[in-house]
Design a binder for this molecule. Structure first.
Ligand code: ADP
Length: 480
């Protein structure tokens, strides 16, 4: 089977969130299952510069205000790739979606329409040497891909590949004014309630959810949650109607990047059975961040986009619960200004107990996850969540809200779970500061009982979230 993956981020070339970790790992895991995989990405500088063995395979002319669109093939890491060279649309510095002030590019609809339009071209002869059976798009950036493939079938006939769309976060939908619809050059009847219209506007994500043969999302619980009014972001009706084509497949962890045994970026490597290195990482973290050296209270860590979704206002509001007990907290993230400044303010007030680094920093993320005792992921909603999985692998117990993928991957340290030896972290049920604080208190209680802590940590470290398992599930979906 041949699969073309269509996406806008791929780790380690370009990453703004968990999407890149998935597209950076899934094609390789699928290749191990005897499938052929290629990825198609926009020609952002990171991809144009990262492409090895670059070869021109097609010239697609002009489209969406870009002149002379060229398709290069080559390798991104170990994976075969096509990159769309359209400098007018893609050769911009910084974030793939927004300018340096954080404002979304006004021509994003053209930039990502080109990605999906190109996918339809590639599977219809632009590269006559390779014909995929399945095209797998990720998030709204590739939402139009199933629509362009359907449109191609209507215009020209011929056998088209099957399409899959994965939702990594339903809250990001790529919605644009109706006036842009004619520029997309899709059939007029696609722009309706039964199609890609969303309350009078054009929704790229809805196009994918409506036209794809199969829909997936990144955890079984999130697959159910997005069918409810509360978490469906206006699309729950469509998702309920398509529930028999909707699956939830948990993300995996790439052990080449995230395992304490192999991690070259941390102070000392360690494993479940040899935890001395974890102590060294803890001290290294305290020294690096300027936190006071102490080993009597836990260090809490946060590695996150600082957005409302991530529930970090609970951490700000509940900070006293940590500080009054002598705990420490180290935060890495960037995002919304009020959250950034609340954390910065706390770090100024309590420099020996609160450390903040704003921005994106891959090696600091590893330092925090290896050196911390508890990783906080109190998200309001969470499609899968990856940092709690990294926390489990590194013996840094996750403290999470019982929602989405967090619910599917962390088991609370209730007394009965402790007795059954299935506890792996701390889970709070209601999204409020009181419930969050209770979980923080449970973390302190367990920390003071070192046998119990070691048992839960060891259980967490033996959890396996393998891409091999996820890849098998995707393969079943492709075969369907
Ligand atoms: P989301 O995709 O919603 O941001 P996930 O938990 O699925 O959340 O994935 C986040 C990914 O981004 C993880 O790999 C995490 O380590 C990484 N990450 C988040 N913020 C930062 C940061 N400031 N610096 C480095 N890595 C970060």
């Amino acid at each position: 089977m041949k699969i073309l993956h269509v996406c806008s981020e791929v780790f380690p070339f370009l990453k703004t969130g968990g999407l890149a970790d998935v597209t950076g790992a899934l094609p390789e895991a699928l290749t191990k299952l005897n499938t052929e995989n290629k990825i198609l990405v926009p020609g952002f500088p990171a991809f144009m510069n990262g492409l090895a063995n670059k070869k021109l395979v097609a010239n697609l002319g002009s489209k969406f205000t870009a002149e002379n669109i060229e398709i290069y093939s080559g390798k991104l890491g170990n994976v075969d790739a096509y990159v769309i060279n359209a400098p007018e649309l893609y050769d911009r510095v910084g974030n793939p979606y927004s300018d340096s002030s954080g404002a979304a590019y006004v021509d994003n609809y053209r930039r990502f329409a080109l990605l999906s339009w190109t996918a339809a071209k590639m599977v219809n002869g632009a590269d006559d040497t390779w014909h995929p059976d399945v095209v797998h798009g990720h998030d709204w950036h590739a939402g139009l891909m199933p629509a362009y493939i359907k449109a191609h079938a209507i215009h020209y006939g011929g056998k088209q590949p099957k399409t899959v769309l994965t939702v990594h976060n339903l809250a990001y939908q790529g919605v644009f004014p109706a006036e842009i619809y004619h520029e997309l050059e899709l059939p007029q009847h696609f722009f309706g309630v039964d199609g890609m219209e969303f309350y009078g506007q054009v929704s790229f994500l809805k196009a994918g959810l409506f036209f794809a043969d199969e829909i997936t999302t990144v955890s079984p619980t999130y697959a159910l949650e997005i069918q409810t009014e509360e978490q469906g972001c206006g699309l729950s009706g469509l998702l309920r109607a398509r529930h028999s084509q909707l699956s939830g497949v948990l993300n995996g962890v790439d052990p080449q990047v995230w395992s304490p045994e192999q991690d070259n970026t941390i102070a000392t490597k360690y494993s479940k059975n040899k935890l001395d290195g974890k102590k060294a990482c803890r001290v290294a973290l305290q020294k690096y961040t300027g936190l006071k050296l102490q080993d009597t209270s836990p260090i809490f860590v946060v590695v996150s986009r600082l957005t409302e979704q991530k529930g970090l206002h609970l951490v700000v509001e509940g900070i006293k619960t940590i500080l009054e007990r002598g705990g420490q907290i180290a935060i890495l993230g960037s995002g919304e200004e009020p959250i950034e400044s609340a954390f910065t303010h706390l770090a100024k007030q309590y420099p020996e107990h609160v450390a903040v680094q704003l921005g994106y920093d891959e090696s600091h993320a590893h330092r925090l996850i290896a050196g911390g005792d508890v990783i906080l992921v109190p998200s309001r909603f969470e499609p899968c969540g990856l940092t709690q999985l990294y926390g489990l692998a590194y013996g840094t117990l996750p403290l999470v809200h019982r929602v989405g993928g967090l619910r599917d991957t962390v088991t609370d340290t209730s007394l009965e779970n402790l007795v059954d030896n299935i506890a792996t972290g701390f889970v709070f049920n209601e999204f409020n500061v009181n419930d969050y604080n209770q979980a923080v208190k449970r973390a302190f209680a367990l920390y003071s009982y070192s046998d119990g802590w070691s048992k839960v940590r060891s259980k967490g470290m033996s959890q396996s979230f393998s891409w091999d398992v996820a890849a098998e599930k995707y393969l079943e979906i492709y075969q369907r």
